[in-house]
Design a binder for this molecule. Structure first.
Ligand code: ASP
Length: 439
């Protein structure tokens, strides 16, 4: 029988009422056998997510050796959820044991992971399903990367013979035996891992929006809903700031061609967005699929006559960044110019100065300039490769909105065009490009 994995995000776990709606969704389709949950999110604007409360527990623990004050808030959240749902479980003992371990482990990752742990314990009782702790089935290697083979084997063994199972998202076990989390929003990755391990027919990701929109609705009113995205388009848009799904969620499912379906817990009847392999991709007739942007990048522009004939030039520049442990996002280049673009969070604490000195020293450029506060905007879509004049339209729209492109990068697959603009032009630029292609 085809099985589905469904992952429910923080707002779907926020209180007993929503958790009951989640239960109804799960039980309405008997192929929904494996459930992955996040920690309870915000119930109202201004509320605090349980994961953030747990990071405060760790801070308090570091400062004072105990976390009584911060953990009291976590305790209240879970006690009230269990009370609301009227569940036959001793949540107080589970919370006491959690707090004891928190003090014993004194680890930020361990503290942060407990929201998912507790949420999954509650959900398992609500569904009458088996709880599987990801500490026992999700493994990281020495480099801190997911150990896929070991993990998939452990999960498929753990679910053998089970009718229904609930997994906490966001964490697993590091090579040193301690609990380690993915980056924020990482329960999406756990959902994809479980889907791959059980060879699911689909990975349903239930959240609080009805899928992807062609751009951020805070920038353009009512942007077009995207019905289908390829894995590659999803990666580009999520990476560049479309906040629906963690960008790393595609890697486990892509290899096995498992589609991802984004659905809205609060409007389950809405169609959502399907993320599918390119072979199954149904173009919706648009040149552009979506536009996303991210602020705060640093660009180093390097000019040197005959750079193109100097063997190893780019490698030498990149080695300087490698020495400083800075990941590079883009390397737009001309005949005797090249730029390196990286997230400004890596340019702090004298690092930028060391990088500049290193480049001056190692490649002796004629000119080296730094631009900060740059936003990158990616215009993404498979339709762009087959239509002539897309970049002309994009740059005309920017010119009409009086926006200067500080850098331009078009991948050779023609899946996306990335432009760099001043941070303060970011929203205006997204809006101009959107209206050019969608109005
Ligand atoms: N609870 C974690 C976070 O807030 C992970 C997740 O929700 O996916 O980032």
């Amino acid at each position: 029988m085809a099985v589905k994995v469904c992952k429910f995000g923080g707002t779907s776990m926020a209180d007993g009422n929503v958790m009951n709606a989640v239960k109804k969704i799960i039980l309405s389709d008997e192929s929904r056998k494996y459930v992955v949950v996040s920690a309870p999110g915000k119930r109202f604007s201004g509320d605090i997510k349980v994961t953030d409360l747990l990071y405060s527990c760790y801070d308090e623990l570091k400062r004072t050796g105990s976390c009584d004050a911060a953990f009291a808030k976590v305790r209240t959240r879970f006690e009230s959820i269990v009370k609301e749902l009227n569940l036959p479980m001793d949540i107080t003992s589970i919370l006491n044991e959690t707090q004891r371990r928190l003090v014993e482990e004194k680890s930020e990752d361990f503290a942060a992971s407990r929201g998912e742990y507790l949420s999954a314990r509650v959900m398992a009782v609500l569904l009458g399903a088996t709880f599987i702790d990801c500490e026992d089935v999700v493994f990281f290697n020495e480099e801190g990367q997911l150990d896929g083979e070991k993990t998939y084997k452990a999960i498929s063994k753990a679910v053998e013979g089970l009718d229904m199972a609930v997994f906490p998202g966001f964490y697993g076990k590091a090579a040193n035996g301690r609990v380690k989390t993915f980056s924020r929003g990482g329960s999406d990755i756990t959902g994809a891992i479980v889907a791959r391990a059980v060879n699911a027919s689909v990975y349903e990701n239930w959240t609080d929006v009805s899928g992807f929109l062609a751009c951020d609705p805070r920038i353009v009113d009512n942007p077009r809903h995207i019905k289908n995205l390829s894995y590659k388009e999803l990666f580009e848009l999520s990476y560049m700031g479309a906040n629906v799904l963690h960008s790393d969620s595609i890697f486990p499912v892509r290899k096995a061609n498992i589609p991802i379906l984004i659905k809205n817990t609060f409007r389950p009847e809405d169609e959502g967005t399907s993320i599918i392999p390119i072979s199954q991709y149904k173009p919706e007739g648009n040149i552009v699929t979506g536009i996303a942007g991210k602020k705060n990048f640093t660009v180093i522009l390097i000019e040197k006559t005959h750079m193109n004939s100097e063997i190893g030039f780019v490698r030498k520049v990149l080695s300087v960044l490698e020495r400083e442990n800075i990941p590079v996002e883009h390397i737009p280049s001309g005949i005797d110019t090249m730029s390196v673009v990286f997230d400004s969070k890596y340019a702090k604490d004298y690092k930028l100065e060391r990088v500049i000195d290193g480049i001056k020293n190692d490649v002796e450029p004629d000119i080296i300039r730094v631009m900060e506060n740059v936003a990158l905007i990616a215009t993404v879509g498979h339709g762009m490769s087959s239509s002539i004049g897309t970049s002309a339209r994009l740059f005309k729209a920017m010119a009409q909105a009086n926006i200067n492109a500080k850098l331009i990068d078009q991948g050779s697959s023609e899946l996306s065009i990335t432009v760099g603009v001043r941070n303060e032009d970011c929203e205006k630029c997204i809006s101009a490009i959107y209206h050019e292609f969608f109005s």
